[in-house]
Design a protein around this ligand. Structure first.
Ligand code: ADP
Ligand code: MG
Length: 258
């Protein structure tokens, strides 16, 4: 275990993970400072989603050390030893992390506003009226004030993904994780979602974004990480990693996607 560095939102050292005999994470070293926007790029199957899921404890890791928002993910240090979190500790930890997936995972029978408000009522114990007001506020921030009464099937994919972002933001997360948030969208809907993410980045949100959108990474990221075969192979400013990569594997990947 490493000493806690409260000045970092994420501090991963040598994180490993295997599914049976398949070693998916091979020692991930990764840090994120408050307010930093980190983009993770890399080939399909390299372990990016698995790593992101470890960050919010949707997945367990086998070895290494993982600190998120000052917590050793999955463990509490008490009386000189580590104890595994109980269900309540997992839930408390996850409620401080926003996660946006490729698929929006909205409740089909609820309106946009209800989708955003429900966790505020269920998890935070907020009064319904107050939760509703907060939901409207968050929907307005992603440009959906006029659509708050609509159900998912009445919204475009881009609008649904913005509802998912508003839902995550309503919980006042300390960090937002995005796993290819635009990959399932029709091309003409990608920009509206990237724009909402850019606004969030400019507002100072700490963000980890797995993406194939190199334009977004170049423009918005503070740091770009190239992920390959279960580890981060190269990290740096976008101009460095995307414009002047040092590693052959990064060069080969970029030659394919740029
Ligand atoms: P990426 O997001 O970079 O495409 P993933 O993290 O989704 O990569 O997957 C990395 C590897 O781990 C893949 O080979 C995938 O099949 C495997 N994998 C992911 N989740 C599981 C799981 N729950 N059980 C078994 N194998 C998995
Ligand atoms: Mg993935």
């Amino acid at each position: 275990m490493i000493p806690e560095n409260s000045e970092l939102h994420v501090q991963s050292r040598g994180v490993t993970k295997a599914f049976g005999a398949h070693q998916v994470l091979n020692g991930v070293d990764f840090t994120v400072a408050p307010g930093e926007v980190s983009c993770i790029i890399g080939p399909s199957g390299s372990g990016k989603s698995t790593f992101l899921r470890c960050l919010n404890a949707l997945e367990t890791y086998d070895d290494g050390s993982l600190l998120v928002n000052g917590s050793h993910v999955g463990y509490e240090f008490r009386n000189g030893r580590y104890y595994e979190w109980n269900t309540k500790q997992f839930a408390g930890f996850r409620s401080r992390i926003g996660m946006v997936f490729q698929r929006f995972n909205l409740f089909g029978h609820l309106s946009a506003e209800e989708n955003v408000a429900c966790a505020l009522v269920e998890v935070r114990g907020m009064q319904k009226e107050q939760a509703r007001a907060r939901a409207l506020q968050e929907l307005a921030k992603v440009g959906l004030a006029e659509h708050s009464h609509k159900r998912p099937h009445q919204l475009s994919g881009g609008q649904q993904q913005r509802v998912a972002i508003a839902r995550a933001l309503a919980m006042d997360p300390e960090i937002m994780l995005f796993d290819e948030p635009t990959s399932a969208l029709d091309p003409e809907l990608v920009d509206e979602v990237l724009e909402a993410m850019k606004v969030l980045a400019l507002a100072g949100m700490t963000m980890v974004v797995v993406t194939h959108e190199m334009g977004f990474a170049r423009e918005v990221a503070d740091t770009v990480h190239f992920f390959d075969a279960g580890r981060i192979v190269e990290s740096g400013a976008p101009g460095h990693v995307l414009g002047n990569p040092q590693m052959d594997r990064t060069k080969a990947f970029l030659a394919k996607v740029l």
